[in-house]
Design a protein around this ligand. Structure first.
Ligand SMILES: Nc1ncnc2c1ncn2[C@@H]1O[C@H](COP(=O)(O)OP(=O)(O)OP(=O)(O)O)[C@@H](O)[C@H]1O
Ligand SMILES: [Mg+2]
Length: 107
C-alpha cells in the first residue's frame, strides 16, 4: 500500500533523512520511533505529500506520490500531533468536516 525508497532530505547542512526505505502492506500498522529531531515528522510529511524529498520515491496504492500528488493523496489521511481535531465536535462531525475539506481540495 505504501512503498518509500531512498528518501533523502536535508535542511541546509543538516542531513535529516539519509536514504529511508520502508514498505507497509494494506492493514499493517507501523510505528515510527526515534529521539526528538530524528526526522519522524519530516518523513511523515513527505509520505503525506506535504514536503518534497531531495531524492527518493514514494508510491501509495501504486500511485507515484511525487508525480501524481492529488491522485495519491486520495489514499492518505494524517492526524497531526496537535490541532488535528476540533474538541467540541463529535467524532462523526470531525470526520464530516475533514472529508468535506479533502473533497474541496481534491476537486
Ligand atoms: N522546516 C525546517 N527547517 C529547518 N529544519 C527543520 C525543519 N523541519 C525540521 N527541521 C529539523 O530537522 C530535524 C528533524 O525534525 P523532525 O521534526 O522531523 O523530527 P521528529 O523526529 O519529528 O522530532 P520530535 O520527536 O521532536 O517530533 C530537526 O533537527 C529539526 O530541527
Ligand atoms: Mg515530530
Amino acid at each position: 500500500m505504501l512503498v518509500a525508497k531512498g528518501i533523502i532530505k536535508s535542511y541546509g547542512n543538516l542531513k535529516v533523512l539519509r536514504g529511508v526505505d520502508l514498505s507497509v502492506e494494506r492493514g499493517q500498522i507501523l510505528g515510527l520511533m526515534g529521539v526528538n529531531g530524528a526526522g519522524k515528522t519530516t518523513l511523515i510529511s513527505i509520505l503525506a505529500g506535504l514536503t518534497r524529498p531531495d531524492a527518493g520515491d514514494v508510491h501509495i496504492g501504486g500511485v507515484d506520490l511525487l508525480r501524481h500528488r492529488r491522485q495519491a493523496a486520495r489514499h492518505i489521511g494524517v492526524a497531526p500531533q496537535a490541532l488535528g481535531i476540533y474538541p467540541t465536535l463529535t467524532v462523526q462531525e470531525n470526520l464530516d468536516c475533514w472529508l468535506f475539506t479533502n473533497e474541496g481540495v481534491a476537486g
